[in-house]
Design a protein around this ligand. Structure first.
Ligand code: SF4
Length: 381
């Protein structure tokens, strides 16, 4: 099949998403959430098609590039575990049902693989299909109060009502579903957030996930302020919910002990595979958020002859919770400052998490550009 007719940069961006296990059908969403990760970014960060992919285009990307989660060693299961449109809504696509059936017939999705949705366009037919194909769903519910939901997700009253009522459809059909919530300070304080747990008490929700969204320097102050919630406050909220409503809430960004351990072993074994640089001077670079954890791993792994630097997210600014918002430019500035006062290391060791499967950052700049700039070997772990 011939390649879709679109700008090369847009084609490459879509190709990359499919290679990463993310099925991107377009950047169009039925919601317009104030906390949407792409909403306030400057133009050009997201390669925008300004329309949905056609059926033929979707089929092309699935056939040519989509690798089933678990079969691609470069894609972490957590990253590729969901089907969603990158800054868009899967069920808004008129061929959503056909696409799901095609994915299943081509063995491109796993049983229980989760579709991320805002719920606004979900129909009975979709729910029946999710059950038949043995998929799961994670719905961004945010609030059970329709007007409160509308205030932060926009869309019409009926769309938001449809989303809130979709939970009952999931219950009726017995499908596996997760509820995602973005905590908004006002709603945390005035009880709207707690109401979600009161409304869903007795429902068979597989898990509640509270996603603390990031904000950048482009996010308006009033919204950034609503998103800045003290970590301890969220952890206390999760503990209250567990006790009062017997529901488990995971706060995204806090690794469970189990995941912390697997991350620890992953990084430690990656370091063990690099005996060639054990004795050489090396510089570890990571996000400010990961600093404490990485320092701990380096100490436990008894790594020698290294220096360490936490990289400030200067390009996008804002909170370090915005995964992947460290760019090559941030690393460049950080290394440049480091070299003013320190001798040149032989290696720069960076986290893979800042880059995609092609080792490029959000602006499609390769991590290995740093190698050319500084003549220091780059290693991604
Ligand atoms: S539902 Fe998701 S993709 Fe759509 S606007 Fe909201 S956050 Fe963005």
């Amino acid at each position: 099949m011939s390649a879709p007719d679109m700008e090369e940069s847009v084609y490459q961006a879509y190709k990359k998403d499919f290679q990463n296990g993310v099925i991107t059908l377009g950047n169009i969403c039925s919601a317009d959430c104030v906390f949407c990760s792409q909403k306030w970014n400057p133009p050009g960060v997201l390669q925008d098609l300004n329309r949905l992919l056609t059926w033929r285009e979707t089929k092309h990307f699935i056939d040519e590039y989509l690798v089933k989660v678990g079969l691609n060693p470069d894609v972490e299961p957590a990253m590729g575990s969901a089907l969603h449109t990158n800054s868009g809504e899967f069920f808004l696509h008129p061929d959503a049902a056909k696409i799901l059936q095609y994915l299943k017939s081509k063995n491109k999705v796993q049983d229980k693989q989760v579709i991320i949705s805002n719920g606004m366009n979900i129909t009975q037919e979709h729910v029946r299909l999710i059950k038949k194909l043995k998929l799961g769903i994670q719905m961004s519910l945010n609030c059970c109060d329709i007007e409160a939901r509308r205030a932060i997700m926009k869309g019409s009253y009926l769309q938001n009502k449809n989303a809130v009522e979709a939970v009952d459809l999931f219950e009726q059909h017995g499908i596996s579903y997760e509820i995602a919530i973005v905590p908004y300070k006002k709603y945390l304080h005035n009880g709207v957030l707690e109401d979600v747990f009161r409304c869903l008490k007795g429902h068979h929700v597989k898990s509640f996930v509270v996603h603390k969204p990031g904000h950048t320097r482009f996010t308006p102050d009033a919204i950034a302020e609503e998103l800045k919630i003290d970590d301890q406050e969220l952890l206390d909220f999760g503990a209250m919910v567990r006790q009062k409503y017997q529901q488990r809430v995971s706060i995204d960004g806090y690794l469970s002990v189990e995941r912390k351990m697997s991350e620890f072993f992953r990084i430690r074994s990656a370091l063990a595979r690099m005996p060639f640089c054990w004795s050489q001077p090396k510089l570890f670079l990571c996000s400010q958020r990961a600093e404490q954890f990485i320092r701990f791993v380096l100490k436990k792994a008894e790594i020698k002859n290294y220096r360490f630097r936490a990289v400030e997210p200067r390009v996008f600014g804002g909170s370090a919770d915005c995964a992947g918002l460290l760019t090559v430019e941030d690393y460049r500035l950080s290394v440049q400052e480091y070299l003013k006062e320190n001798p040149k290391p032989d290696y720069m060791i960076l986290s893979k998490k800042s880059f995609d499967i092609n080792h490029e950052d959000l602006k499609m700049v390769s991590a290995y550009k740093l190698q050319e700039m500084f003549n220091i070997k780059v290693i991604l772990v």
